[in-house]
Design a protein around this ligand. Structure first.
Ligand code: MG
Length: 252
């Protein structure tokens, strides 16, 4: 029962690339690529003195460990499994900050997808993004949890104003700040030849959705595609850490 519940008929090709970028002195992005669980994630930490990278790495560790436990129990994965993992990651970061005052205020985004059978489960907090490329179209599966994005949705700001807004990076939701977190959850079907791309916000200024589609079309191997997306973004911007996870679902 356990293996069937988690296995997928697709042949998965997954790749990842993560860099510091041109100006930062350390990489606060973290990622998870776990083919056995079908679990992929990007986390982008915040907080000084290396606390940000600690928060993002704790988030992906707790996520992987918790889903690993669900897998071992032989239970099919669900949105509740992801939600529970996000809750645990949040509490773990809060506990760690309590135990280490120098890390107070650290937080992280966390965007995760789990592919099992022909289904996709997605959980998301913050402004890392998940995209889906299907039939030559690219669609953003997540919405950014930033103050500016909330204002755009509320009609107080235009999309164009938001693009250059000085506060566009300020998060309205993240892990590690409060006991309670609000997680966006999505469940969807997976089709053959779907490609899922998870990115930290450092990719966005230098690599828009059309660029992503073109570069992935030119680079069909996931590892190579991830590398090319990140270097393309860095050449054009590179002010932040940049991470991309590419997951291609091919005919098995
Ligand atoms: Mg970032």
């Amino acid at each position: 029962m356990s293996e069937n519940a988690w296995s997928t008929p697709f042949e998965i090709d997954a790749g990842v690339h993560s860099i510091i970028g041109k100006v930062r002195d350390h990489n606060e992005d973290a990622y998870l690529v776990n083919l056995a669980l079908g679990l992929y994630a990007v986390a982008d930490g915040l907080g000084g003195h290396q606390a940000g990278e600690h928060a993002s790495s704790l988030a992906v560790q707790v996520l992987g460990a918790q889903l690993g436990r669900v897998h071992e129990l032989g239970v099919a994965p669900s949105l509740d499994s992801l939600l529970e993992a996000f809750d645990r990651a949040n509490l773990r970061i809060l506990e760690d900050a309590d135990a280490h005052p120098e890390r107070q205020g650290m937080g992280t985004t966390l965007t995760a997808v789990l592919i099992y059978g022909r289904r996709l489960l997605l959980a998301h907090v913050g402004d890392s993004r998940a995209w889906r490329i299907r039939d030559g179209q690219i669609e953003q599966l997540t919405r950014d949890h930033t103050i500016v994005e909330e204002q755009v949705r509320g009609g107080a700001l235009s999309t164009e104003d938001a693009r250059h807004h000085p506060m566009r990076h300020i998060l309205s939701r993240c892990l590690g700040i409060r006991d309670e977190i609000e997680v966006d959850l999505v469940e969807a079907d997976v089709s053959v030849d779907d490609i899922y791309v998870l990115v930290s916000d450092g990719l966005t200024p230098g690599c828009g959705p059309e660029d992503m589609m073109a570069l992935i079309r030119e680079n069909p191997v996931a590892e190579q595609a991830a590398r090319v997306l990140v270097s393309h973004a860095c050449e054009r911007d590179g002010q932040d850490n940049i991470t991309a996870v590419v997951v291609a679902c091919r005919e098995g």
